[in-house]
Design a protein around this ligand. Sequence first.
Ligand SMILES: O=C(O)c1cc(C(=O)O)c2c(n1)C(=O)C(=O)c1cc(C(=O)O)[nH]c1-2
Length: 249
Amino acid sequence: MSTARPVDGLEQRLRRLGADRYHHRHPFNLRMHEGLLSPDELRTWILNRFHYQRHIPVKDALILSKLGTRELRQSWIRRIHDHDGVPGEDGRPAQDGGIERWLRLGEAAGLQRGLLMSGEGVLPAVRLAVDGYVNFCRNATVLEAVASSLTELFAPDLMTTRIAAWERHYPWVEPEGLRYFQMRVGQGRRDAEEALALVERWTRGRRADENLALEAVAFKCDVLWSLLDAVERAGEKAAEHARGPSDAV
Ligand SMILES: O=C(O)c1cc(C(=O)O)c2c(n1)C(=O)C(=O)c1cc(C(=O)O)[nH]c1-2
């Protein structure tokens, strides 16, 4: 009988990486779930995450341009519609997208959509993290660019936790605001399944290619982690400012 351990498949390796490095473990998210964020901290997160959200269709358009067949493009283009929405014949939206729902989330938390649209208040490190993700999808191979979306394997569970935490701890956010996350749970599951099937098809169990996919997901975890580091630090600075000058010499 062989005592060799079976070699883990790609999905198992991805799930192990996520368990370790996905932003569900970030202290800011842990505080969010425990109900410990102030209204200003939650609003800072919503405003800065909008910068990420509005760039998702841009990175998906870059990925679209790398897909070599009609079938792949037909499928991937849905992601752009999911976020940008679909215009109707009369110029009014036939289908709202995630960006519109995120603007409503801002309004539900007391942030005017004009402020979110202006980009005012987006933290420098958040701009860099989001640029990093967009440029990764611009410059990497199609395998790596598609693989970098695979953090979505972990997002639906995190959003389910988030919805429950917000209902419980932040009732001042109007329930309509949660629509973004409620819609995204199903969309994220479907997107992750689709991307995983593509990455498995392209890597065909070759270890070196699987490693490239894992590195892309590790990079994406760093993007999401850095974004929260910046938001968390902004909250600490605001609290220090509110306390006034310290006595330390
Ligand atoms: O709130 C979250 O924790 C979270 C995480 C992620 C993710 O893991 O990339 C996405 C989203 N939300 C999200 O809303 C979203 O539309 C999305 C698209 C993508 C992607 O890489 O294509 N990730 C995510």
